[in-house]
Design a protein around this ligand. Structure first.
Ligand SMILES: Cc1ncc(COP(=O)(O)O)c(C=O)c1O
Length: 385
C-alpha cells in the first residue's frame, strides 16, 4: 500500500465528509440568493443559515458577518478601508507585526508605499508580540492595530484581549487575522474586543475560495469590490451558494468538535514532538511552549535544509511544509522564524507539521521512524559540502 500521510493542514484541509455532503446538496440550489422568486429565496434562506452558524462560532451577530472569497480578501478589505480613512482623517498610522501572513504584510506595505506610517512590531523568541513595543508605538495618530490571533507557521497564539485593550485605550481600531484560530481554539469577538476579524473556510475542512470578515456594528468599512447590493453593499458579487453552504457546515462541525479537537490534536502533537525530540539529536521546537495551536508543531533541524527534508519526506509519502505555503518555492528563509531570532541556519532548516482530523497515532509513529535517517543523511551531506 502506498503511504500517504498529509501533515499540512495549516496550508489547507481536505473536505470532511459531512461538509462534502452539504455541498453536494447545494449544487441543486442554483437560485441567485438576491432574486425575489422562490428559487432565489430558497438559496437565501440557506445562505443566512450559514451566516448564523458562522456568527455563532465566533460570538457575533449574523449582521456583522460579510462573506468574501477568503482570508486574503478579508484582510485586504480591512487595510484598503484604512487607506481610505487615512486620506480623510487625523489618524494616519497603522501598527501590525513582523510575523503576519503575507496578505497582511503586503497590504500594510502597500499603505506604506502610499506614504502612511506603518510599524511592523517585533515579537519575542516564542513569537509573542512585544507589548512594550506596542505601548510605545501607540499614539493619537494610530488608526488600526492588526495582530494575527494565531501564527500559521509556528502556531503561537497572541494575547488579543490585552492587545485590543491597549489599542482601544489609544482610540485605535483593532483587527485580528484569525484564519488559523477559528475552528481550532475558542474565538469570541467580544472577549477579544476586536472590531474586525478575518476567517477562511479551507482551513477548517471546507471548500477553498470562501471566507468571511467580521465587522463590529458601527466600525467603518468600505467595499473592496464594488457592484450590486449584496452584503448590504459591502461586498458585491452573486452569492457563492456552494462555498457559503460549505462554510456553514464547516462552522457548525468545528463548533461542535472544538473540545475534542483540542484533546486529539494535543495528543498527536505531544506524541510527535516527544518522539522527534527523543529520536533526532540537536533539534529545536519553535513557537510558544503553551500558547500554541494544538495542531501545529514547528521544528528546526540545524545542519539540514528545509526544502531537502520536505522532498525526502515527500518521497516517503509524508507531506509537510517549510515556512508557509505562500513563501515556499522562494528559497527565502521564513520571515516568522527570522523574527523569533532563529538565525539563518535554524530558519532554513525548519519544518512545519500541521495536524488534523484523520491522522492516526500509527501515522505519527511512522514519521518519527522515517525522519531520523533523513536528517542524519542530510547533515552528513552538508558537512561534506
Ligand atoms: C494566517 C493566515 N491568514 C490569511 C491566509 C489567507 O487565507 P486564504 O487562503 O483564504 O486567502 C492564510 C492562509 O494561508 C493564513 O494562514
Amino acid at each position: 500500500m502506498d503511504t500517504h500521510i498529509y501533515l499540512d493542514y495549516n496550508a489547507t484541509t481536505p473536505l470532511r465528509p459531512e461538509i462534502r455532503a452539504a455541498m453536494i446538496d447545494s449544487f441543486d440550489l442554483y437560485g441567485n440568493a438576491s432574486s425575489m422568486h422562490a428559487s432565489g429565496r430558497a438559496a437565501r434562506v440557506r445562505v443566512e443559515d450559514s451566516r448564523r452558524a458562522l456568527a455563532e462560532l465566533i460570538g457575533a451577530k449574523p449582521g456583522e458577518i460579510i462573506f468574501t472569497s477568503g482570508g486574503s480578501e478579508s484582510n485586504n478589505t480591512v487595510f484598503k478601508t484604512m487607506g481610505s480613512l487615512m486620506t480623510r482623517g487625523e489618524r494616519n498610522e497603522i501598527i501590525t507585526t513582523a510575523i503576519e501572513h503575507p496578505c497582511v504584510l503586503n497590504s500594510a506595505e502597500n499603505l506604506r508605499s502610499l506614504g502612511y506610517t506603518v510599524s511592523f512590531l517585533p515579537v519575542d523568541g516564542d513569537g509573542k508580540l512585544d507589548m512594550g513595543a506596542l505601548k510605545k508605538a501607540l499614539s493619537k495618530k494610530t488608526l488600526l492595530v492588526s495582530v494575527m490571533m494565531a501564527n500559521n507557521e509556528i502556531g503561537t497564539v497572541q494575547d488579543i484581549p490585552a492587545i485590543a485593550s491597549l489599542a482601544k485605550a489609544a482610540g485605535s481600531l483593532v483587527h485580528t487575522d484569525a484564519v488559523q484560530a477559528v475552528g481550532k481554539i475558542p474565538v469570541d469577538v467580544n472577549a477579544l474586543g476586536v472590531d474586525y476579524l478575518t476567517m477562511s473556510c479551507h482551513k477548517i475542512y471546507g471548500p477553498k475560495g470562501i471566507g468571511a470578515l467580521y465587522v463590529r456594528k458601527g466600525s467603518p468599512l468600505f467595499p473592496l469590490i464594488h457592484g450590486g447590493h449584496q452584503e448590504d453593499g459591502f461586498r458585491a458579487g452573486t452569492y457563492n451558494n456552494q462555498g457559503i453552504l460549505g462554510f456553514g457546515a464547516a462552522a457548525r462541525l468545528a463548533g461542535e468538535s472544538l473540545a475534542e479537537y483540542a484533546l486529539e490534536m494535543g495528543r498527536l502533537r505531544t506524541r510527535l514532538r516527544d518522539g522527534l525530540l527523543a529520536a533526532v539529536p540537536r533539534i529545536k521546537v519553535n513557537g510558544h511552549p503553551r500558547d500554541v495551536l494544538p495542531n501545529t508543531l514547528n521544528v528546526s533541524f540545524p545542519g539540514a535544509e528545509g526544502e531537502a527534508i520536505l522532498l525526502s519526506l515527500d518521497l516517503a509519502g509524508i507531506e509537510v511544509s517549510t515556512g508557509s505555503a505562500c513563501a515556499s518555492g522562494s528559497l527565502e528563509p521564513s520571515h516568522v522564524l527570522l523574527a523569533i531570532g532563529a538565525g539563518p541556519e535554524l530558519a532554513h532548516g525548519s519544518i512545519r507539521f500541521s495536524l488534523g482530523w484523520g491522522i492516526t497515532h500509527e501515522a505519527i509513529d511512522y514519521v518519527i521512524k522515517t525522519l531520523p535517517p533523513i536528517i542524519a543523511r542530510l547533515r552528513a551531506m552538508s558537512t561534506l559540502t
